[in-house]
Design a binder for this molecule. Structure first.
Ligand code: UD2
Ligand code: MN
Length: 610
């Protein structure tokens, strides 16, 4: 009876771990997705929408997580019981050709259980990382034209590279350091400053001191005497820096050829520019170096979480002239950027009352823009960053307390009336609002005579989807069914493909999922930069389906609200927003010839936002 099972018994570790690994990724919604099926432009982005959207998948199916915290509860199952010995072991075991040229590491099947176990320590495939040499080669991922563009480095300012870390793995930390040394012109690299934010791993103490002592570039380690968080750790590093430009990196990056010169060049042209590389992706799973898409910029959503969105049409046109020129971005991701040291301090450095992790990237971005500088992405500079699906370390004081306090500070100091919008719809942040002492930061804003948040929205991010006085904000209700337009959730189903525009019970605790803005130009938008959309008129198709998809400024995303009739007319087709066929009442909304019938009547229910 057991005979057929014997094979299974031999295979079980492989099977079990394969199952665990796939469960892990399924739970995280990792399944790669490609662009929306009926997209007709190739710069479309598929935005994955789910109840608790925390991730972003670009049109090539690249999963990008940055600037948010997934929390301990997102762990699949229980973590293995890792002993102190395991946590403190440095298992770095480089194999000469592993990961070369940025290739993926493929582990033999029998290693999977170990891989699975070690994954929890840093929330990436530590076993794979530990097999890759510190000086692995990477492809030159720049556009051809970048290669000669920054050849003349005479007269450029020097850089201090600052890397803060808390219990980082040896291999990822030192691969960051070695990639900086190997791929920066020596004359421009003044020093490397490592700031140890009170790590407990023993290999990050004397062994690290010994390793850096032998490096060809002056490298110092500053150590915090208590856990101070990444913001204060960066401030520690910045104070000690002797170079002209502060260049910050996370502790799990890999720099590619030309990364530094192109950043420094831009600052040499204008010291008020704060510049970021294009952030490529180091797979947390295989450590493959994946070039990311350059047509993104950084902004944020209604929860003040950092997000990548596709560039506006205007920006794309500008970039077509010279695809290698730096372009502006409303916000930065936070971890990888360069700033003139004097400008950093003139502008008020960081808010030193921010704790541990989060929010500092928006705070700095708003401050730079509102107080006379600008934030840019330099497409000739590419640095890989290891994106994780969850955070490996503790948040002393509690994640909510830490993150929402930081974000409350951002809102209180920089966002004027929009802070009320944030607090109204983010009760966790509202709960810590009154605990924030922000007087000194407001005085800084006063002293620097910074512009308003409205100026920022109008001029830096005109494509934004925040409410404004000249826009409608609220719910869009069907007069006939008294149900409200919903922002799609989840991946959709066969009957309701991803992005379907559907109706739901009005305000049944769904809050933000039913809130839309309608701009004077006629864009009906909601959180995460998605817009009411329908295919361009297709004479063959009766009743085209209405979708909610990434905003792109296209004509077909313009709507005209005719108040008397209550009709919502797609400008490009002259067709009207209509209820789904009665035989599929849960189906997606459609467009049909305007009749003025009750099924085409919509009420815009304004909701106060401040
Ligand atoms: C992103 C940024 C990160 C930071 C964060 C928001 C990128 C690629 N990364 O999150 O730099 O702006 O958003 O705050 O843009 N660390 C400490 N002490 C701590 C916690 C973290 O030193 O208490 C270090 C950590 O070891 C790492 C760096 O700070 O080197 C950033 O932390 P992360 O990698 O967990 O943040 P990430 O990439 O999710
Ligand atoms: Mn990071």
């Amino acid at each position: 009876m057991l005979a057929p099972c014997r094979r299974l018994v031999r295979l079980w570790p492989v099977l079990v771990s394969a199952l665990l690994v796939s469960a892990f990724f399924l739970q995280r919604g990792y399944a790669p997705e490609t662009s929306t099926q009926d997209s007709d432009r190739d710069d479309w982005v598929a935005v994955r929408l789910s109840k608790d959207q925390k991730e972003y998948i670009d049109r090539r199916g690249v999963h990008v997580v940055v600037g948010h915290y997934m929390g301990e509860t997102s762990r699949p199952g229980q973590p293995p019981n890792l002993t102190n010995e395991q946590l403190n072991a440095n298992m770095f075991d480089p194999q000469p050709h592993e990961g070369k040229n940025g290739q993926a590491v493929v582990l033999p099947g029998h290693e999977l259980p170990r891989m699975q176990e070690l994954y929890y320590i840093n929330r990436f495939n530590l076993l794979a990382s530990d097999r890759i040499p510190l000086n692995r080669s990477l492809p030159d991922v720049r556009k051809k034209r970048c290669q000669g563009k920054y050849a003349n480095i005479a007269g450029l300012p020097t850089a201090s590279v600052i890397i803060v870390f808390h219990n980082e793995a040896w291999s990822t930390l030192l691969r960051t350091v070695h990639s900086v040394i190997n791929r920066s012109p020596p004359s421009l690299l003044k020093e490397i400053i490592l700031v140890d934010d009170f790590s407990s791993r023993v290999f990050l103490k004397e062994p690290l001191d010994r390793h850096v002592a032998g490096l060809p570039v002056p490298t110092r380690i500053l150590r915090a005497s208590r856990r101070i968080g990444l913001i204060k750790a960066r401030l520690l590093g910045a104070e000690e820096a002797e170079g002209d430009v502060l260049t910050f990196l996370d502790a799990h990056c890999e720099c590619t050829k030309g990364w530094l010169e192109s950043l420094l060049h831009r600052i040499a042209q204008d010291r008020t520019k704060v510049v970021c590389p294009v952030i490529d992706i180091i797979s947390d799973d295989t450590f493959a170096y994946v070039r990311s898409f350059e047509l993104h910029w950084g902004a944020f959503n209604w929860e003040l979480h950092f997000r990548w969105y596709t560039l506006g049409a205007g920006e794309i046109k500008l970039r077509k002239k010279d695809i290698t020129e730096p372009f502006r971005t409303p916000t930065m991701a936070g971890g990888l950027f360069a700033i003139d040291k004097k400008f950093f301090y003139e502008l008020g450095a960081y808010d030193d009352q921010m704790e541990i992790w989060g929010g500092e990237n928006l705070e700095l971005s708003f401050r730079v823009w509102q107080c006379g500088g600008s934030v840019e992405i330099v497409p000739c500079s590419h640095v890989g960053h290891l994106f994780r699906k969850s955070s490996p370390y503790t948040f002393p004081g509690g994640v909510g307390q830490v993150l929402y306090s930081n974000l409350a500070r951002v809102a209180l100091v920089w966002m004027d009336e929009w802070k009320e919008f944030y607090f109204k719809f983010n009760p966790e942040a509202a709960a810590v609002r009154d605990k924030q002492a922000v007087r000194s930061r407001k005085m800084l804003r006063e002293k620097l005579q910074c512009k308003s948040f409205e100026w920022y929205l109008d001029n830096v991010w005109p494509q934004h989807f925040m409410p404004k006085d000249d826009r409608f904000f609220g719910m869009i209700r069907s007069r006939l069914t008294r149900r409200c337009l919903m922002k799609p959730a989840g991946k959709g189903s066969l009957n309701q493909p991803m992005g379907s525009a559907t109706l739901g019970e009005c305000d049944a605790g769904l809050g933000l999922r039913q809130m839309f803005v309608m701009t004077p130009e006629g864009h009906v938008m909601t959180d995460e930069s998605v817009c009411l959309d329908a295919p361009d008129a297709d004479p063959g198709a009766r009743q085209p389906k209405v979708r909610i998809l990434a905003c792109g400024g296209q004509e077909r995303q313009k709507w005209l609200y005719k108040k008397e009739e209550g009709a919502l007319e797609q400008v490009s087709s002259g067709l009207c927003l209509d209820l789904p066929n009665t035989d599929a009442p849960e189906g997606s909304l459609v467009l049909s010839a305007c009749t003025g019938f009750a099924s085409q009547q919509w009420v815009l229910d304004a909701v106060p936002w401040k």
